[in-house]
Each structure stands twice: as structure tokens, then as C-alpha cells.
Ligand binder design. Structure first.
Ligand SMILES: Nc1ncnc2c1ncn2[C@@H]1O[C@H](COP(=O)(O)OP(=O)(O)OP(=O)(O)O)[C@@H](O)[C@H]1O
Ligand SMILES: [Mg+2]
Length: 339
């Protein structure tokens, strides 16, 4: 796998009124070409500072940042400008120029990069189409909704065909429906254009729908890095647990279980739903085979990066021996807990 970004021992210290504080403390991480990498953490964790070290807007106090194998700390001003052309960035507050039209916003970075006017016109039309704003070229930012402004922000950020897009809380100012649309657009930027994306957010839901891999930041440190499915299934650090908890809270509490025990007598089980259920309808297959019935009494199944993730609670009905066989065989395939 090609490494697109690598941070090696990156620390950043700020001094405010003579007091020093560490915004980043020995960060090591690698982002591969073509992936969507999530950085999640609470406010003040250092997410924006980390993102800004990747395009050289923030210089580490120590450690190195490599983009496509090049140590960006060693670049001169011209080379740094060249690097920033290969790295687009989108922001929570969109960062549009309010006095310019949508067209002007998207055309500006192309002009700065020396594109010819006909090429700019073609490129802006193509970008507007890509982000779904075909008819809005001559609108002003104040005439657009938040979601439309972010589409302009994304079009502008990818105008120069960057290889990397940095998204700093790109959906945090948007309602849930608009967030979904922007999440989909970012996914197209990744799959259709092959742009590597680093997404910073405090919204686990956004990370769950976008990121392949995630680092969890707390007080300037990476406390955990891993595959999104692995972190959701088994967060190893209390900060990770606190972030993923509300998103994955599908388990029943003891109180809920005791009232459900009165309502559904007989055997009750929790079944962990994961990617293995995609190609084998194991619950219904075994139920049919062993002549048992079940009622779904509670559950939640989310799609995390295109795979199911969650838990179902079932009340089982059938003959005792059949139920035993059903539970045993099901437990060979998925995690089953009886309660
Ligand atoms: N230019 C600066 N000068 C001084 N301190 C700074 C500066 N930029 C960031 N910090 C401090 O560094 C720490 C990390 O800030 P940062 O903005 O990276 O956090 P964040 O995770 O992006 O938070 P949020 O979710 O609120 O955006 C904070 O304590 C912040 O006050
Ligand atoms: Mg921030």
C-alpha cells in the first residue's frame, strides 16, 4: 500500500501568556493512498491542529510530517505553495468568499494555479455538476443553504485535482439529512476521484459512515488507532468507549431485560449482527432447519462503512431439544448471549 501521509513523533506546543501547553504530543500515524481516515476526539483534543500540520499551516514543534514521502518541514515557500495545491481543505464554516459568486469561489484557486480561462470555465462547470449545483454558478454564498455552501467548499477544494482532501468538521454545522448528503458527496470524492480523505469530526456517526480507519485523539495524544469495525466492536480506551458508546448502544440494560423477561417467557437471546450475516442468512436458515420460531423483541442494526453492525434480541419458541440445537449451532457462527 502506498503511504500518502505519515506523521512521525509530531508534537506541537503553544505558549499563551507565558504558559506552555501541548496541543499535540508525539503523534504517529500513517494514512494510505485512497483511504478515508478519521480523526475523532472531543473539543480541544488537537484535531484541527493535527490536520493543519498536514498542509503545513501549522509547523510541529518537533517531529516530522511526510506527504508522499517528502518531509514537508524541509520545503521552501514555493514548494510549500505547490504542496498546498495538492491538498484541498474544507471547513465547518465553509470559508467561502462572500463577495464572490459560486463560480468565482471555485475559479479562484484555478486562476491562482495559472489555468487558462477556457479551461477554468470547463473545469468549474464539471465541478458544479459533480457536486450537484449545476444551476447555481452565479448565486452568492448568502443565497445558499449550509449544505449548498459546503458543496461549493468541496468543489473549490478539489478544483486543482488534489491527491488529498482534509475535512475539518465539514458536517458539524449541518442538520442530519444534509450531513448524509455531504457524507455521500465525500464518499464520491473518494471512490470516483480516488482522493485520499482525512476527516476530522466529533461525530461518531459521520466517522462510522465514512472512515476506513480511525485514530482517537485525547489531550493531544492518539489513544487508539484501528479499523473502524474493530474500534466499534471493542474500544480499548475509555475515551474511545465514551465516543462510540452512544452510537453503538444497542445492548439492553438490566432493567429493560427484567421487564422483557415477564413479557416474553421462554428462551431469550442476544445475537451480535456483523458482516458474516451478509452472505449467510444464518438466523432464518437455522430456525427453519430446527423448526423454531422467533420474535424480534429489540434491536438496532446500523451500516458501518457498508457492513451491518449491531445487535438483535430474540425470544425463541419451539421444542426444548430443537431450541438447544438452534442456539448451539447459531453460537458457532455468531456471538450469542442468553439472558
Ligand atoms: N494558535 C493557537 N494558539 C494557542 N493555542 C492553540 C492554538 N491553536 C490551538 N490551540 C490549543 O490547542 C489545543 C487543541 O486545539 P484544536 O483546535 O486543535 O482542538 P480541536 O480538537 O480541533 O477542538 P474542536 O473540536 O473544538 O475544534 C487547544 O487547547 C487549543 O486551545
Ligand atoms: Mg477543531
Amino acid at each position: 500500500m502506498t503511504q500518502r501521509i505519515r506523521l512521525s513523533g509530531v508534537s506541537k506546543e503553544f505558549t499563551v501568556n507565558g504558559t506552555k501547553s501541548m496541543a499535540l504530543d508525539d503523534i504517529n500515524l500513517t494514512v494510505n493512498a485512497g483511504e478515508i481516515y478519521g480523526l475523532i476526539g472531543r473539543s480541544g483534543a488537537g484535531k484541527s491542529t493535527l490536520l493543519r500540520t498536514i498542509n503545513g499551516l501549522e509547523r510541529p514543534s518537533s517531529g516530522k510530517v511526510f506527504v508522499d514521502g517528502v518531509d514537508i518541514g524541509a520545503l521552501d515557500a514555493n514548494e510549500l505553495r505547490e504542496l498546498r495545491r495538492r491538498i484541498g481543505m474544507v471547513f465547518q464554516q465553509f470559508g467561502l468568499w462572500n463577495s464572490r459568486t459560486v463560480y468565482g469561489n471555485i475559479a479562484t484557486p484555478l486562476k491562482l494555479a495559472g489555468w487558462k480561462s477556457q479551461a477554468i470555465r470547463n473545469r468549474v462547470a464539471e465541478l458544479l455538476d459533480f457536486v450537484g449545483l449545476g444551476g447555481k454558478a452565479f448565486a452568492r454564498p448568502r443565497q445558499l443553504s449550509g449544505g449548498q455552501k459546503q458543496r461549493v467548499g468541496i468543489a473549490r477544494a478539489i478544483a486543482n485535482n488534489p491527491s488529498i482532501l482534509l475535512a475539518d468538521e465539514a458536517t458539524s454545522a449541518l442538520d442530519p439529512q444534509t450531513t448524509t448528503e455531504i457524507v455521500d458527496l465525500l464518499r464520491s470524492v473518494n471512490d470516483q476521484l480516488g482522493i485520499t480523505i482525512v476527516v476530522v469530526t466529533h461525530e461518531m456517526d459521520v466517522i462510522g459512515r465514512l472512515a476506513d480507519r480511525v485514530s482517537i485523539l485525547s489531550d493531544g495524544r492518539v489513544v487508539e488507532t484501528g479499523d473502524i469495525h474493530q474500534i466499534l466492536a471493542q474500544p480499548n480506551h475509555p475515551v474511545s468507549g465514551a465516543l462510540v458508546g452512544p452510537y453503538t448502544r444497542t445492548a439492553l440494560t438490566e432493567g429493560e431485560k427484567s421487564s422483557l423477561r415477564n413479557q416474553f417467557r421462554g428462551r431469550r437471546i442476544s445475537v451480535a449482527v456483523g458482516q458474516h450475516l451478509d452472505d449467510d442468512p444464518v438466523i432464518s436458515r437455522l430456525a427453519r432447519q430446527h423448526h423454531i420460531d422467533f420474535t424480534i423483541i429489540q434491536g438496532a442494526v446500523a451500516r458501518v462503512k457498508d457492513q451491518p453492525y449491531g445487535q438483535l434480541n430474540l425470544a425463541l419458541l419451539g421444542d426444548a431439544a430443537d431450541l438447544d440445537r438452534f442456539v448451539t449451532e447459531l453460537a458457532d457462527r455468531v456471538v450469542v448471549t442468553e439472558w
